[in-house]
Design a protein around this ligand. Structure first.
Ligand code: AMP
Ligand code: MN
Length: 220
């Protein structure tokens, strides 16, 4: 088991730990972008209230409900549909990053549980519709659902710029690990896209610095 990872049973046995569960909903698709780039799979993520990309889900208290029932409850709030999540959909559990002095103490350590659920394309489209029509969190905790572009277009557009965005918690590595584990993207494609994402981030930092300097120079 990779460092920081633990089994579902070990995670549940952790005294005083907090738990968060998130899920990757996905399907296969035959559609092509502009009739030339196979989209291959639709993977749902969301733009969160905090400006970060993440997977649907949230905090669950295992003393009150099972991890999967809690995740399902979070999905009804965030997506407007109570999708059943099963123990067999569980991919992994690991300690979250100790982001603040309080969360690094063992008594409130965060464990993040990640699930993946394969659906039919029509079901994924129905989730996207419900997320803007019936979900109570729409426009509040969830600003909108997004699909992950898995293709690489001329000039490197597609997966690389997507990976260069900012993600909540360990969502970026959960995405990358699942893409490999579920054979949704070839390892060399992911390696190239990750390397390009790093370059894009560096260029983005330069652009941001220049824009801030320019804003300071402009008369009010
Ligand atoms: P949420 O209620 O969805 O904000 O999630 C609860 C906690 O899990 C927060 O501390 C988030 O930073 C963290 N988190 C959010 N999304 C993910 C994710 N995909 N993977 C791991 N942790 C996450
Ligand atoms: Mn959430």
């Amino acid at each position: 088991m990779a460092s920081g990872q633990l089994s579902r049973a070990e995670a549940l046995a952790c005294p005083g730990c907090r738990h968060a569960c998130h899920v990757m909903l996905y399907c296969d698709t035959e559609t092509q972008l502009f009739g030339i780039h196979p989209i291959r799979h639709i993977i749902l993520m969301q733009m969160r209230f905090d400006g970060l990309l993440g997977f649907p889900g949230g905090f669950v208290d295992p003393s009150e409900e099972s991890l999967e029932a809690g995740l399902s409850r979070e999905l009804s709030e965030e997506l407007g549909v109570a999708l059943p999540i099963l123990e067999e959909d569980h991919l992994d559990s690991c300690y979250g990053p100790p982001s603040s002095p309080s969360s690094s103490s063992s008594s409130s350590r965060l464990i993040t549980h990640f699930y993946a659920k394969k659906m039919e394309e029509e079901q994924i489209r129905a989730v996207e519709r419900a997320a803007v029509t019936t979900a109570t969190d729409h426009g509040q905790e969830v600003l909108g659902m997004v699909r992950v572009p898995l293709y690489t277009m001329e000039g490197g557009k597609g997966l690389a710029p997507f990976l260069s965005h900012s993600f909540a918690g360990s969502a970026r590595s959960q995405l990358a690990d699942s893409l490999l584990r579920l054979h949704l993207v070839a390892p060399e494609e992911l390696r190239d896209a990750s390397a390009r994402a790093l370059q894009i981030r560096a260029r983005g930092a330069d652009e941001l610095r220049a824009a801030m300097l320019e804003a300071k120079r402009k008369p009010l």
